[in-house]
Write a protein that binds this ligand. Sequence first.
Ligand code: HPA
Ligand code: ZN
Length: 349
Amino acid sequence: MFKVHAIASHRLPELLRIMPKAELHIHIEGSLEPELIFALAQRNGVALPYADVAALRSAYAFSNLQSFLDLYYAGASVLLHEQDFYDMAWAYFLKAKADHVVRAELFFDPQTHTARGVPMAAVIEGLSRACHDAQAQLGISADLILCFLRHLSEEDALATLEAALHWRDRFIGVGLDSSEVGHPPEKFSRVFARARGLGLHVVAHAGEEGPPAYIWSALKDLQVERIDHGVQAIHDADLMKHLAASQVPLTVCPLSNLKLCVFKSLAEHTLGQMLDAGLCVTLNSDDPAYFGGYLNDNFLQTFAALHLNAQQAYKLAANSIEASFASEEQKHHFMHQLKQCFQSFSEQD
Ligand code: HPA
Ligand code: ZN
């Protein structure tokens, strides 16, 4: 076990900023900033029902997941061409680089685009070209995870997966997102079985707003390798024990939970309890352009609100690396970088 030295609380923010970390829960369409939405709308001749950037930004006041999703899908309507998808992802990678993200696994929602007549090729080729350039130009290891929209049918998800298989080598897994309540994981058992059979990684949103039963279903019916969000697990003692024993990772997104009113304040967030219970928790930004912060903002604000310490910072960063779908060799390298970062930081004391 790596020994983490105590660090003076005034130095903790700097450590949080510079420590190498992986981001495992970022919807790339949720990184579309209002400025880029307007620039792409102009480039593509798309009319927006907002006068300007400020008017759009002021509409970002959400009461629950659905109130956010309505705006999120509207924002994505400006994406038409391969270059648009590239530009969106590249803007994210520049932010990720500034936050010392060494590994990023990007969710994307093909159905949001193909339903508007955008070719699957434009979506996947634009995003995967940006992932390639992130590695080549920024040194960020990046891969794509294709998400199915759970408010649509399983048939639609199956057809989407088949269409995407032409680019089988451009994505590493599948996920499940969009409106959770009323759309339990078991609705997608067949398409997840098909994905697993193809050797794809499998993850699913569960327990963001939905009950602990949805987390059980994601684990048992979909056999997911990670749970996205999972914060509702706290209401089921058996599930908490199971998650601690199995170490199935949870990709928690505190600023998202705050903005979607899952918790009234960050001080009431249960991240600390989840860590104390021994769960394999990671921190992520979800939809940073909409929720008021990228990955380091999530770390800084959550650590301040919950009074977390350097040991917990190390644990969260280590969890993110170990829970990623990077190769064992890459993970080993990132863990080495993480330990070196903590070592040299404590020597400067
Ligand atoms: N939950 C569900 N679906 C989503 C989210 C989320 O937080 N962000 C983008 N699609
Ligand atoms: Zn999400």
